[in-house]
Design a binder for this molecule. Structure first.
Ligand code: BGC
Length: 381
């Protein structure tokens, strides 16, 4: 099924280009294409939605885990390349342990000792990362089938995904209805809008776990990427990668990315925090205000010239350098993904916030609507 939509904004933008006689003629109509991707063991169909914007950039999203399975961006010579790691099949996604491209919930990153208190009640969660809960438990949102609906917005082709998480699922209280809208805008942005409501007080922290390699998925490692993170502080962790509660200045540490710095420049320094993470696997406290859209990070890859900017309404950014990749997973096209083959920039509230009274709250109450937005914007230099 292919559907081209003619949203007024998109159409008028295209006409301006055509009339101005510029060289960058529109490559095509923005579209959303849906096709079957596979079946779950119980027969549930999984679909692939491919969003194409006017410049020809494409994003593939599957209803299993709401995962971004492909994202093509032009390099400095205009050649499109897939910049996210992933698998070739549904079974590949069901078996790999790295959360490639997936939506993460109910709680992104870790909750210490797999427990938290809310309104005087103690909740116990599955332990799937030593003594802790990681990315929502053993059956997090990344392993669920989302309902999809194609949307046409004035900004570009879009798909809306919905998942209803039952009261008590993975130990979390409240029936939570989560919605995620992926839009591929004509400004070459992958925009992700998350919203949720609950029928009982609960905690949540939704994010996306795409692994980026701006040289192209499967091309070497991430060490030459130049990273800027607009954060003067980060949250140090213990051996289990649970924040100690401290908000520490990055100045004078290998965590200072306030100026563009290659990932590889300091990653092997003798630093206890880097040892705990086997590299970077930490939350940066963004300088921008919580709840307000602003720039979080920028990454530049010199051979391709690709630039990725990250903008978000969230207060934190988990910068993870693929330290648990080890070559054992063969991804798209059968290519093995080595140690540090890519990096993640997971916009989020801070890890373990339900147990950290000084961190911004992750509580959601009935009657409130959770709403966060993150943009990954692509260009070249
Ligand atoms: C975590 C890593 C973890 C990875 C899973 C990241 O968000 O911070 O510690 O190994 O997700 O692939």
């Amino acid at each position: 099924m292919r559907h081209s939509f003619l949203a007024a904004g998109v159409l008028s933008g295209a006409l301006v280009l055509a009339c101005s006689g510029q060289a960058q003629v529109r490559k095509g109509n923005p579209s959303v294409k849906m096709q079957p991707y596979g079946k779950m063991p119980d027969g549930t169909a999984i679909d692939l939605y491919t969003l194409t914007n006017t410049s020809g950039m494409q994003a593939g999203i599957i209803t299993y885990g709401g995962a971004v399975v492909s994202l093509t961006a032009p390099d400095k010579s205009g050649k499109f390349g897939d910049v996210v790691l992933g698998m070739d099949t549904l079974d590949g996604y069901r078996q790999e342990p790295n959360y490639f491209g997936a939506l993460i919930g109910r709680y992104g990153n870790r909750i210490g000792h797999a427990t938290f208190k809310l309104e005087g009640k103690t909740y116990t969660l599955p332990k799937n990362d030593h003594d802790n809960t990681l990315h929502g438990g053993t059956q997090g949102f990344d392993k669920r089938v989302w309902k999809a609906r194609e949307l046409g917005t004035a900004f570009g082709p879009a798909v809306e995904l919905t998942f209803v998480s039952k009261d008590g699922e993975e130990g979390f209280p409240g029936t939570l209805t989560a919605k995620v809208v992926y839009t591929l805008t004509d400004a070459n942005e992958l925009k992700i809008e998350y919203s949720a409501t609950t029928d009982k007080p609960t905690v949540l922290n939704l994010t996306n776990h795409s692994y980026f390699n701006l040289a192209g998925a499967g091309v070497g490692n991430n060490l030459e990427h130049r990273v800027t993170i607009l954060a003067d502080h980060f949250t140090p962790v213990d051996e289990g990668l649970i924040p100690t509660g401290e908000i520490k200045p990055v100045k004078g540490t290998p965590f200072d990315f306030t100026k563009p710095t290659a990932i590889g420049a300091r990653i092997n320094q003798d630093d206890p925090q880097l040892k705990f993470g086997k590299g970077y696997d930490h939350n940066w406290v963004l300088n921008k205000r919580n709840g307000v859209m602003g720039k979080a990070a920028e990454v530049y890859e010199p051979t391709s010239g690709r630039v990725m900017e990250v903008l978000t309404t969230e207060p934190g950014l988990q910068f993870y350098t693929g330290n648990f990749l080890d070559g054992s997973v063969k991804g798209k096209g059968g290519v093995a993904y080595p140690f540090r083959a890519a990096f993640c920039m997971e916009t989020q509230h801070y890890p373990d916030s339900p147990n950290q009274p000084k961190f911004p709250s992750t509580e959601l109450k009935p009657g409130q609507t959770y709403h966060t937005t993150t943009i990954y914007k692509f260009s070249t230099r």
